[in-house]
Design a protein around this ligand. Structure first.
Ligand code: MRU
Length: 352
């Protein structure tokens, strides 16, 4: 299995996703600043993967802490968390991972700075392993949504490259294929950064899963011709009412699925849910550099000079367009405000 993020004893190793599929290059990162930049530049991307990378980045950022004071250690930790959280605004997994480590450290009874440092790394490794398990559970629960012979349309990249395990939406696909369900995948190319064309196509080819790539503007025709049985996507942040922010273009697919009466599923771990955000309109949407649109993959200019562009990296699909949200705790159904709250409360009570 592809490992997008790996802790190598005293540094963080990432697959540089900006180089795929042309080159498989591993990056060795030794400082918190390098991790921040790798997240910002999409060398590591996908909501769970950036949370895991940031957790290791925090360990690198605390490695140079020299004092013995617990109080000073926790103050520097807070600064590094604020810094890393600002790398990208939409995927809540980033701040969730960092706050998760912070609260566990703060709740440790006693312990000087040296102990906190050791504990921090152990917690980051555990968080990584925890994401792997969540992916496995999502893949298992998701099977209920995938019939035999299903033709599945997906968007962006939600596989091993985007997580600490086999993926979320693509994890469901991997499992369905392993179970011999005879599935076929349509991968949307995902303009402007082409995560579908470069990354999902790469993963599906490597796994020998029957797949075809389409340009984003071909999805409507594909559905009109009866070639799609369900749409399956990931998420970067899910509000308390079930609104799901995901890669730009996801909302169009949800509208299309609704028109063609096709099921539209979102797959995401509970670390992607943000109970502090009541509705989709409150989810912060990252606006990225216009050059992503002006040049194909930042390299080949395709527009007249400095043409003005609007480049939001994500959009929000409203809950009424979502058939079900596949989580590690099962598939949530509408009304989401109720089912999400019940699931989160139950998980917290169970210590999850
Ligand atoms: O900008 P990206 O490539 O980080 O966007 C990724 C997505 O939108 C994914 O669908 C989402 O993070 C879920 S990944 C399991």
């Amino acid at each position: 299995m592809i490992q997008a993020v790996a802790w190598k004893g005293d540094f963080l190793q990432l697959i540089d996703q900006t180089q795929l599929p042309e080159k498989l290059i591993y990056l060795d990162l030794h400082t918190v600043e390098e991790v921040f930049q790798a997240i910002r530049d999409l060398q590591v991307r996908g909501a769970p993967a950036i949370g895991i990378a940031a957790a290791y980045g925090l360990c690198l950022g605390m490695r140079d802490f020299r004092g013995a004071s617990r109080k000073d250690f926790l103050a520097q930790l807070q600064q590094r968390i604020e810094y890393l959280s600002s790398a990208r605004p939409t995927a809540v997994n980033l701040s969730w991972a960092l706050r998760n480590l912070q609260s566990q450290l703060e709740n440790l009874p006693g312990g000087d700075a040296a102990e906190l440092k050791t504990r921090l790394l152990a917690l980051a490794i555990e968080l990584h392993e925890d994401d792997r398990r969540r992916c496995e559970a999502i893949a298992a629960h998701g099977q209920e949504a995938v019939p035999e012979n299903a033709r599945i349309l997906t968007h962006c990249n939600t596989g091993a490259l985007a997580t600490g395990g086999i993926g979320t939406a693509l994890g469901v696909v991997y499992r369905a294929h392993q179970l011999g369900k005879n599935i076929r995948v349509y991968a949307g190319e995902t303009r402007p950064v082409l995560q579908g064309a470069r990354l999902t196509a790469w993963e599906l080819l490597a796994a020998k899963i029957p797949a075809q790539l389409i340009c984003d503007n071909m999805a409507a025709a594909l559905m009109q011709q009866g070639q799609v049985d369900l749409v399956l996507v990931g998420a970067d942040r899910i509000a308390a009412d079930g609104s799901a922010a995901n890669k730009i273009g996801t909302y169009s697919l949800a509208v299309l699925a609704h028109y063609h009466r096709l099921p539209f599923y979102v797959a995401a771990p509970l670390s992607t849910f943000d109970m502090n955000v009541a509705t989709g309109s409150a989810i912060p949407i990252e606006i990225r550099n216009s050059d992503e649109i002006r040049k194909v993959f930042g390299k080949y200019p395709i527009t007249p000079g400095e043409v003005s562009c609007w480049n939001p990296a994500f959009d929000v699909t409203p809950p009424e367009l979502i058939t079900g949200i596949i989580t590690e705790r099962g598939i949530l159904s509408p009304p989401y405000s109720k089912t999400i709250e019940q699931t989160i409360n139950h998980t917290m009570l169970a210590g999850g």
